[in-house]
Every structure is written in structure tokens, then in C-alpha cells.
Design a protein around this ligand. Structure first.
Ligand code: CA
Length: 285
């Protein structure tokens, strides 16, 4: 299995990046990642956070395809760190100074002093070369990036639109656990090892999607939460309308009945929201 060293990392997803490795569809790859702050816990500079390991060139991936990434395993270390401070997070002007707290990690839990928080390993940053311009690895958009979405976890599958030849996949910013919203600006930030299997689907998607056992999550990241919520709703209705071949008004009602609209994160330059579409609606009685 190919191993991508964490020394090979990027701070920008751009249209032209030099691949550090080349893989074929169906191949498994190990990404060694460094934590979101790159080991510097004194401050947060949004132009230099969330280093993503890679990029990896996927042979055969062409613009208009979808890159399929199965997250097989996330290996965590024995400790992580959470940070917050003035200017960061949802309550950015209600806190003074800059604060760092080390968190112990055991097999099933992260310890916040003596409070046991269930472990939930997840990949914060996963993305490909964008369609145009460049995005810092701290920002999420159609190419993926810093989506900080809890469902990007072991045994889930991430779908990303391919905009450039070879897709150019990079990932990093693993969290040992996180609450939806990530309100103080960070989670239990760790360096980790992520094992994925990479594949290509010959179909086009507009925004990233995550598939779990029981649902599809459409993921939208935009500067305004309001705009993101509207777009993810539109996408959910369209997803259902297309797959079930039903009129817009039917799909709109079905979305209202069974789709959960949620928040992934509220603290990065683009805010990320998600629409959970349960799979049961695609199996009729
Ligand atoms: Ca993040």
C-alpha cells in the first residue's frame, strides 16, 4: 500500500498542483496527516491552517467525473489539542486571549479533564483541485476542502467532483471527536493515519456528498449560512426529484417530510451545511 508522508502537504487547493504520488482506481492509500495547526498552538493564521497531505494523482480521473473515496480506517494518536481565542469561533468577541488545552485520547473516549467524550474520528479536510482559482485548505467549497463534517468518518464514502485531470486528492485535519458547528473554532485536533480506497465514477456532481450505511449527506459550503442552507435544500430536492423521477412539488414535500438539514461547521471562512437524505425513500413498499 502506498504511504503519503505528512511532510508532503499543501496549504492551498489550486487548479495546478504537483502530485506527490500516483494511484489507480481501486487502490488503497495511507495518508499520514499533521494536525490542523501544524503543531503550532500559539495562534491561528487562516492562511496557514489545516495542512492537507498530498496531492495524489488518480489515473483516469477526468473533469466531469466523480472521485469516490472510501474511508477505511483512521488511526488516532494518544493525545490531541483544542484551541480557541479572541476573534475565533461563533462567540469570537466574547472571549479574551488565546487558549490551548491538551486532551488525552483512549480507545473509546477523548478526556476533557475527567469528562469522557465518545470518540468519533473524522477527516476535517478532504478535497481535490478546484475548477478555477485557489482555495486555502482552511476554506471549503465545491472541491471539498475544510468541510469539518462529522459524517466523513470510518466506513463512509466521500464523493467529490473532479475538475482537473487526475483529480489531485489531498486530505488532513483529522479530529478525534467534534460537535456539529465546531463553535469554538477547533475540535480535538490530531495528527493521524487515514487509510482510504480511491475510485472513479463516470458521473457528474455539483457539490461534495458523503454516503453512510443509511443515508446520503449533501454538503454545501458558502460564505453565508443562509445561502448555504438554501442551496443544500435545492440540491436535496433535485437529488430526490432526479432519482425518483417525480415532479418538483412532490420532491419538495418529500424533502420536508424526511430530510434533515444540519450544520457541519459555523467557524471557517465558508460555512458548511448538510442535508441528510435517508436511503429508505429509495426502496418503495
Ligand atoms: Ca477543520
Amino acid at each position: 500500500m502506498k504511504v503519503i508522508s505528512s511532510q508532503k502537504h499543501i496549504y492551498f487547493f489550486s487548479t495546478e498542483m504537483n502530485p506527490v504520488e500516483e494511484v489507480y482506481p481501486g487502490e488503497k492509500v495511507v495518508f499520514e496527516t499533521i494536525d490542523a495547526l501544524g503543531g503550532n498552538y500559539e495562534k491561528i493564521d487562516f492562511s496557514k491552517v489545516n495542512p492537507a497531505t498530498g496531492p495524489v494523482y488518480v489515473n483516469g480521473a477526468k473533469p466531469g467525473d466523480t472521485l469516490v473515496i472510501r474511508i477505511e480506517r483512521i488511526n488516532l494518536p494518544e493525545k490531541g489539542v483544542i484551541v480557541t481565542g479572541k476573534g475565533f469561533g461563533v462567540l469570537s468577541d466574547e472571549i479574551e486571549g488565546f487558549h490551548t488545552k491538551e486532551l488525552k485520547i483512549e480507545k473509546w473516549a477523548v478526556f476533557f479533564d475527567n469528562i469522557r467524550v465518545p470518540i468519533h474520528p473524522m477527516v476535517g479536510v478532504i478535497g481535490v483541485a478546484p475548477e478555477e482559482r485557489e482555495y486555502p485548505t482552511g476554506t471549503a467549497h465545491k472541491h471539498g476542502g475544510n468541510m469539518d463534517t462529522k459524517e466523513i468518518t470510518e466506513k463512509s464514502t466521500v464523493y467529490l467532483p473532479v475538475f482537473q485531470d487526475g483529480a489531485l486528492l489531498a486530505l488532513g485535519d483529522v479530529h478525534a471527536t467534534m460537535g456539529d458547528g465546531e463553535v469554538c473554532v477547533s475540535a480535538c485536533e490530531v495528527s493521524a493515519k487515514v487509510v482510504v480506497e480511491v475510485d472513479i465514477a463516470k458521473e457528474e456532481i455539483k457539490w461534495p456528498m458523503v454516503e453512510t450505511n443509511d443515508a446520503y449527506y449533501l454538503i454545501v459550503s458558502l460564505p453565508s449560512v443562509e445561502d448555504a442552507l438554501k442551496e443544500v435544500t435545492r440540491e436535496a430536492v433535485w437529488f430526490i426529484q432526479r432519482r425518483k423521477v417525480i415532479p418538483f412539488k412532490e420532491a419538495y414535500m418529500l424533502t420536508s417530510l424526511c430530510v434533515d438539514i444540519g450544520i457541519s461547521q459555523l467557524v471557517n471562512p465558508n460555512k458548511t451545511v448538510k442535508a441528510k437524505i435517508p436511503k429508505y425513500i429509495f426502496s418503495e413498499v
